[in-house]
Design a protein around this ligand. Structure first.
Ligand SMILES: O=C(CO)[C@@H](O)[C@H](O)COP(=O)(O)O
Length: 233
């Protein structure tokens, strides 16, 4: 008997890294109102990546401003000592890097044990095969299309082929394929055609600085991706 799988929903996840940090609560409410599906939270430690952003206390302060999914991307090493703090801060998805170590399998088990969805992120130089032996523990694969650490970088095209590889590897499992870095309407269609269903965008969403601008920017990415998926919006 053949099993049929429903395609994963199309998701736009604005990256708060590109927002105005002097009014984080307001910015979270603004992208919520503008049509964001998830709120993407980039956590950087100045060690795994060459930049420092914010941690669980700041995420906890943002939590009351929306009911949308908090999609945390931990660019930290080690990550295991902090997983519980991010879960308690209100993160719904916790994504760790395959390269961050020391024990990816253990980190994913710990995230699931905290009752959260577990994600694995792959740097541009990391092959899709890095997730081969942890597929049973993954709810989300985050394919980086820039080297992690900063917003506003140029899109790395090899991410498109990697997304196709990940799609082939997960073969119908209920796993989201998320792409992050330089995502804008001009590449969203190709990314969706390759198999990505969740689109993180920082600069492309937060340009303009108003709810109306965010609405237009989110709709433009959604429209390009939906068209490639053959969906009406
Ligand atoms: O994780 C990261 C950077 O490390 C990203 O989430 C960026 O914040 C995306 O920003 P843009 O490339 O869309 O400006």
């Amino acid at each position: 008997m053949t099993q049929s799988f429903t395609p994963r929903p199309l998701v736009i996840a604005p990256s708060i890294l590109a927002s105005d940090f002097s009014k984080l609560g307001e910015e979270v409410r603004a992208v919520d109102q503008a049509g964001a599906d998830w709120i993407h939270l980039d956590v950087m430690d100045g060690h795994f990546v060459p930049n420092i952003s914010y941690g669980p206390d700041v995420i906890k302060a943002m939590r009351p401003h929306t009911k949308k999914i908090f999609d945390a991307h931990l660019m930290i090493s080690p990550c295991d000592p902090y997983l519980e703090a991010f879960a308690k801060a209100g993160c719904d998805h916790i994504t760790v890097h395959a390269e961050a170590g020391p024990h990816l399998h253990r980190s994913l088990q710990a995230i699931r044990a905290l009752g959260k969805k577990a994600g694995v992120s792959l740097n541009p130089a990391t092959p899709a095969s890095a997730i081969e032996y942890v597929l049973d523990l993954i709810d989300l694969v985050l394919v980086m299309s820039v080297n992690p650490g900063f917003g506003g970088q140029a899109f790395i095209r090899s991410a498109i082929g990697k997304i196709s590889d990940v799609r082939a590897m997960i073969a119908g499992r209920p796993i989201d394929i998320e792409v992050d870095g330089g995502v804008a309407p001009d590449v969203a269609g190709q990314l969706a055609a390759a198999g990505a269903n969740a689109f993180v965008a920082g600069s492309a969403v937060f340009k303009g600085g108003t709810v109306e601008a965010y609405k237009t920017n989110i709709a433009a990415i959604r429209h390009a991706a939906a068209e490639a998926r053959g969906e009406a919006i």
